[in-house]
Design a protein around this ligand. Structure first.
Ligand code: ATP
Ligand code: MG
Length: 252
């Protein structure tokens, strides 16, 4: 049990002529929150799909708790859960039925009790017996994350968990991520919201042009730029300043 939660070396992936990942190296320690930042089309979802065994890499290696994502895909799937970029909720079922279904698929005892506990934890008890089609975007996201927690996977991938959510729903999801991390779950999340990474992540990696161009703690990333002088007060560069400088978009 000493292997890193996630270990990626030299990972490459192309679609046709388009080289999306050009040699990715990442290590994520157990029990930490790791944020992967990148613009639209940078390859975040592609990397998450490879790590969750949905897509085969062209070159390089990736392992989860020491299990190879290609050769030991079954062991990997037992260690992870994925909340994809687009909600996996079944609209014709109620919130409760969605949860019970997943608990049954995972062969757990007491699916009803598991569903009830998660509904309460995600503030969905009142809406539990309504069809998911009637849920707001934030409620769907919460249900989706609740579904992915069934079976207590030690590693969870959240692909843009707060895209499209209102500020309160975003804060709710942030709190969920903090609670998961506090309970020892390893979280890899992708996001385009730089403040999300600032608030949640122990380490942050910036994916650009197919490579991780920087990887570090918020403090380490901030140190890449000199503090700006504002009326004799030192101002730390925000993560956004660092991101824009590194990805070359600062002068647009
Ligand atoms: N199955 C596929 N076939 C062809 N091209 C693909 C496929 N999947 C992804 N791509 C391309 O790979 C690139 C990276 O896509 P990906 O979905 O990984 O980006 P992303 O960083 O998740 O973007 P977003 O922030 O918009 O979700 C894009 O140019 C996309 O068009
Ligand atoms: Mg994506």
């Amino acid at each position: 049990m000493t292997a890193a939660a996630i270990d990626v070396a030299g990972l490459e992936k192309s679609f046709g002529d388009v080289k999306v990942l050009r040699g990715i190296d990442v290590a994520v320690a157990r029990g930490t929150v790791f944020a992967l930042l990148g613009a639209n089309g940078a390859g975040k979802t592609t990397l998450v799909r490879i790590l969750s065994t949905l897509l085969a890499p062209d070159a390089g290696t990736a392992s989860i708790h020491g299990f190879d994502v290609v050769r030991e895909a079954g062991d990997v799937r037992e260690s992870i859960s994925l909340t994809g970029q687009f909600a996996a909720v079944d609209d014709v079922l109620t919130g409760r039925e969605n949860l019970v279904l997943v608990a049954r698929l995972r062969h757990l005892k007491n699916p009803g009790a598991i569903a009830a506990e998660l509904l309460a934890r995600f503030a969905l008890t009142e809406a539990a017996d309504r069809k998911a089609a009637t849920y707001s975007g934030g409620m769907r996201r919460r249900l989706d994350i609740a579904m992915s927690l069934i079976g207590d996977p030690p590693i969870i991938f959240l692909d843009e968990p707060t895209t499209g959510l209102d500020p309160q729903a975003r804060l709710d999801v942030w709190q969920t991520v903090k609670d998961l991390a506090g309970a020892g779950t390893t979280v890899l999340l992708t996001t385009q919201y730089l403040d999300e990474a600032e608030h949640l992540a122990d380490r942050i990696a910036i994916l650009h042009d197919g490579r991780i161009i920087q990887d570090g703690t918020l403090e380490e990333l901030r140190r890449l730029l000199p503090p700006a002088e504002v009326e004799y007060v030192q101002k730390q560069p925000s993560l956004e300043d660092v991101f824009l400088a590194l990805t070359g978009k600062a002068d647009r």
